[in-house]
Design a protein around this ligand. Structure first.
Ligand code: PRP
Length: 222
């Protein structure tokens, strides 16, 4: 019988970079640099642990279907994934830890010359472009603001600049992207950080492999 292997799903970029120190704390070194290699399965110093590189929004899907045993993804990604499946808790992913990495915030932004506060006060119907449809829908519903949501997959900053939308809902970290595109942040929606997600069946079957990693991550993020 082949030895059980643990698969961790990560996305390239900030999440990958900021997960590395946590993996190190668990005694795991990733042996290839995703910025230099085209490989999608990265070996580690542990023959029983591998990393798979997937799109950020695919991390919950891989873990849900068992393509990966565990993964790291943003709170934003998780909320949107769960909304597709019928709301919080519907997917059955075990979410034991907020890793407090890849921190940023979800915010509403508009063109500097758009009077957002006044539009909201007057009960205007806003056109809002976003990749984060569930988060935007819930947020504006809770404020009692009527919105027409326009789903985009990236470069949301363009929507107000081209006149397609009045506002965007997007992630803001340094604020540089907004500034470079003459947009201003007008309302924060929620703080975002990345979470560890675990496939519940894998947690049962591969407990001896997963538990020490959970413990090391918990200690490193405490
Ligand atoms: C996010 C977000 C903004 C940018 C904000 O994009 O969509 O474009 O980061 O960061 P800043 O405030 O530090 O400028 P990301 O780079 O995650 O890629 P994406 O466009 O694929 O979402």
């Amino acid at each position: 019988m082949s030895q059980a292997k643990l698969t961790l799903a990560l996305s390239k970029g900030r999440i990958f970079e900021e997960t590395l120190p946590l993996l190190r704390a668990a005694g795991i070194e990733v042996l290839e640099d995703p910025e230099k290699s085209r490989k999608l399965i990265l070996p580690t110093n542990r023959p029983d642990v591998q990393v798979v590189l997937v799109r950020a929004s695919d991390v919950p899907t891989y873990v849900q279907y068992g393509g990966a045993d565990l993964g790291v993804c943003g709170r934003d990604t998780l909320i949107e994934h769960e909304a597709e499946w019928g709301g919080a808790g519907s997917v059955g992913l075990y979410q034991p830890l907020d890793l407090k990495i890849a921190k940023c915030r979800m915010s509403v932004a508009v063109r500097a010359d758009f009077d957002y506060a006044n539009a909201v006060r007057q009960g205007a119907r806003l056109k809002v472009a976003t990749k984060y449809v569930a988060i935007a829908r819930d947020f504006f519903a809770s404020k009692g603001v009527h919105v027409d949501l326009i789903k985009l997959y990236g470069s949301m900053e363009l929507a107000p600049l081209t006149g397609m939308a009045d506002a965007i809902v997007d992630l803001v970290s340094t604020g540089n992207t907004l500034k470079a595109n003459h947009l201003v942040e007008v309302e924060p929606i929620m703080d975002i950080s990345s979470r560890l997600v675990v496939n519940p069946a894998a947690l049962k079957v591969k407990r001896e492999l997963i538990r020490p990693i959970l413990d090391a991550f918990a200690q490193a993020t405490a």
